[in-house]
Design a protein around this ligand. Sequence first.
Ligand SMILES: CC(C)(COP(=O)(O)OP(=O)(O)OC[C@H]1O[C@@H](n2cnc3c(N)ncnc32)[C@H](O)[C@@H]1O)[C@@H](O)C(=O)NCCC(=O)NCCS
Ligand SMILES: Nc1ncnc2c1ncn2[C@@H]1O[C@H](COP(=O)(O)OP(=O)(O)OP(=O)(O)O)[C@@H](O)[C@H]1O
Length: 215
Amino acid sequence: MSTNSPGVVLGLTGGIASGKSTVSHYFRALGVTVIDADLIARKIVEPGQPALSEIVETFGEDVLHRDGTLNRTSLGERIFQDADARARLGTITHPRIAQEMARQSAAAFERGEPWVLYDAALIVENGLYRAFDALIVVACSPQTQLQRLMSRDDLSRTDAQRRIDAQMPLADKLKVADFVIDNDQSLDHTQAQVEELFSTINERVRTGGSARTPA
Ligand SMILES: CC(C)(COP(=O)(O)OP(=O)(O)OC[C@H]1O[C@@H](n2cnc3c(N)ncnc32)[C@H](O)[C@@H]1O)[C@@H](O)C(=O)NCCC(=O)NCCS
Ligand SMILES: Nc1ncnc2c1ncn2[C@@H]1O[C@H](COP(=O)(O)OP(=O)(O)OP(=O)(O)O)[C@@H](O)[C@H]1O
């Protein structure tokens, strides 16, 4: 997800179900272009796409529905409990996701937008945080994360915990954060933080061409 871009690109990350999409929604409402890795990850595995053929070669026909679409539950069961399988899937999907994210950010800069946001769960895991002008980490307590994941995706405690454990602990992501959004409280509380951060970023980009805290 290296950006190499002419404009300012911020990363937005955090653990599964920590609230990245929720935060993205509030940034979008303020007019920010948010480039969503999960959405792109879905598009690149549509029937006919080369990534889907590579997934079938690697994981077998069991990861397909009868109609030829990807069985996400089946692939999820394989990869969330097996680090090697996750790595193999990443070699198929991540370069393609990165390429499409770069294409979308270039289009936003062509339109004259001063900065864009990349929403992706694995920015820190993949060592890509240095490629961003600044990194926003969405945080909530482990209990909140587990409860929200179980209820959103209708998962058992064991399956939800397995998905959480497939990612780096929040504490490690916080170490490399430039900005933290606390999403352990109400949605209003989160929205207010996004609005304040939006002003801070705009001001820094306008005056310094970067979103980081000036040295
Ligand atoms: C395994 C798949 C099919 C499961 O699909 P499912 O619909 O159940 O989940 P969804 O795509 O909505 O992902 C939900 C969340 O799971 C987490 N997640 C997804 N892939 C991974 C992974 N390889 N490692 C760790 N966490 C992951 C992320 O927090 C993501 O936001 C899907 O997640 C996938 O294709 N993953 C590979 C692409 C990828 O790495 N995506 C992460 C964004 S870069
Ligand atoms: N502050 C909040 N209060 C109550 N519910 C919330 C709050 N923030 C998020 N949620 C809910 O928690 C769930 C997870 O949030 P969200 O989908 O935004 O997380 P995410 O980080 O984008 O997840 P993923 O990593 O799977 O893409 C959703 O059902 C969402 O509606």
